[in-house]
Design a protein around this ligand. Structure first.
Ligand code: ZN
Length: 106
């Protein structure tokens, strides 16, 4: 079984899945999937992530490549050292920051 990875000052590694089906099956805490069909700067797409709190819930938020859409987050455009800004907030449940491939619960 694959498990979550903590390898930087107790921060949770956001594992990138190129395979959407596998991502949904394994549901590793903090892991994510987003389309890799050659996005261009300014493109908005869905960022799917398994909640970093450990509840196994799958969430989707809109992210703009290297820009913040009116409703959504700014994605830095990379798949490994991924950053999403501003912090992700799930009302009444969680607030977390994703920076350089690591989650930090706020
Ligand atoms: Zn959660």
């Amino acid at each position: 079984m694959t498990t979550a990875i903590y390898d930087k000052e107790d921060k949770l590694r956001a594992i990138h899945y190129p395979d959407r089906k596998l991502h949904k099956q394994q549901k590793i805490k903090g892991s994510y999937w987003l389309p890799m069909d050659d996005p261009k700067e300014g493109d908005v797409q869905g960022f799917w992530f398994v909640c970093p709190c450990g509840c196994s819930e799958l969430y989707r938020i809109p992210v703009g490549m290297k820009m913040k859409p009116a409703i959504g987050w700014r994605w830095n455009g990379v798949y490994d050292a991924i950053s999403i800004e501003p912090a992700v907030e799930i009302t009444g449940h969680l607030k977390a920051k994703l920076t350089d491939g690591y989650w930090e619960i706020l």
